[in-house]
Design a protein around this ligand. Structure first.
Ligand SMILES: [Zn+2]
Ligand SMILES: [Zn+2]
Length: 321
């Protein structure tokens, strides 16, 4: 009888384990950081509240500065876990005014380095393992009443950690759109095309160089620093450069799939080779405002054969109705 129960137990455990592997294929497990805050298993990012927005690149100080971190939602007092294994150091303080949330810690290891701020860590030094208890969320409501309480997560090199925090599995509306291109930029679910601004227009065939040239691409609106997704599955290659002058937006990547081939410019991809799946995080929008102040920031999307990609991009729009 005890032996039988053990067999039952083992088969139960392996069933559960198999189910978990289905949800998170092993090759993707180590690309992402673990859950950071209890109660937020997907590292959901703070939207906007009256104090600002939580995404990377959001305006700070009335647009004079940018948010160089990502705010992961976490309720006051919640348990905080280490996103990856590494070496602790600290304390990391942001406010330097001794307020109730002026504490934090740095973790360096596993190829990453990150600062977690507005938390109180269990210690400021020594080694920590991925998923291990790191500390607790400080009482942010006491300092900013009504804010969406959050851990400020900042890469030590101030790059965008969004793709490490969020799973590769695209949001549901994108997965449903088989045969259609997915939304390419966070914040623009319908692949809205740039209209006209003082630098020109974004549609296919728009005049360029005082009418001597034509825009053989489509400009999809995308805010500086926003996360960029793959419109379809395919093989990456690059870098693809347009300006060849080393300006801040001179980067891009090509995706070639069985049906389509496209170049996405003015973005920084997570990598320049290998396979990518439709809707997967492809990279981030580069700081176009720095190069063209006042332009409608956008991803320049060009079919490899210079044909018009508008109908492929707009399919996403029809799907939402
Ligand atoms: Zn923040
Ligand atoms: Zn363009």
């Amino acid at each position: 009888m005890p032996a039988l129960s053990l067999v039952t137990l083992v088969s139960l455990v392996s069933t559960v384990f198999t189910k978990q592997l289905d949800a998170h294929p092993p090759q993707q497990q180590h690309g992402h950081w673990a859950q950071i805050c209890s109660g937020n298993p997907t590292n959901r990012i703070r939207g906007c509240d009256r104090y600002g927005c939580g995404n990377f690149g959001a305006d700070r100080h009335s647009g004079k500065e940018k948010h160089v971190g990502v705010d992961v939602i976490c309720s006051d007092g919640a348990t905080v876990y280490a996103p990856f294994s590494g070496q602790l150091s600290g304390p990391i303080r942001f406010f330097h005014n001794g307020n109730a949330i002026d504490d934090g810690v740095q973790i360096r290891g596993s190829g990453y380095c990150v600062k977690l701020v507005c938390i109180h860590p269990i210690r400021y030094h020594g080694q920590i393992r991925r998923g291990q208890r790191l500390g607790k969320m400080l009482p942010m409501q006491k300092v900013y009443p009504g804010i969406i309480s959050h851990i400020h997560v900042e890469n030590c090199d101030r790059s965008d950690p969004t793709h490490l925090l969020t799973p590769d599995v695209p949001p549901l509306p994108q997965r449903a759109q088989d045969g259609r291109w997915a939304a390419v930029c966070a914040g623009n679910p319908t692949n809205e095309i740039r209209g006209c601004d003082k630098y020109g227009c974004g549609y296919y065939g728009a005049p360029r160089r005082d009418g001597k040239g034509k825009h053989r691409a489509v400009d999809v609106i995308c805010a500086d620093g926003a996360t960029v997704y793959a419109p379809f599955s395919g093989q990456l290659s690059g870098p693809v450069k347009f300006f060849h002058n080393g300006n801040a937006i001179d980067d891009g990547v090509q995706i070639r799939g069985p049906e389509f081939c496209v170049k996405l410019l003015c973005i920084h991809p997570i990598r320049y080779s290998g396979q990518i799946s439709k809707g997967q995080v492809l990279g981030r929008m580069l700081p176009m405002q720095r190069v063209f102040p006042g332009i409608t920031s956008h991803i320049h999307i060009e079919n490899c054969d210079h044909s018009d990609p508008t109908s492929n991009l707009e399919r996403g729009k029809g799907q939402r109705e």
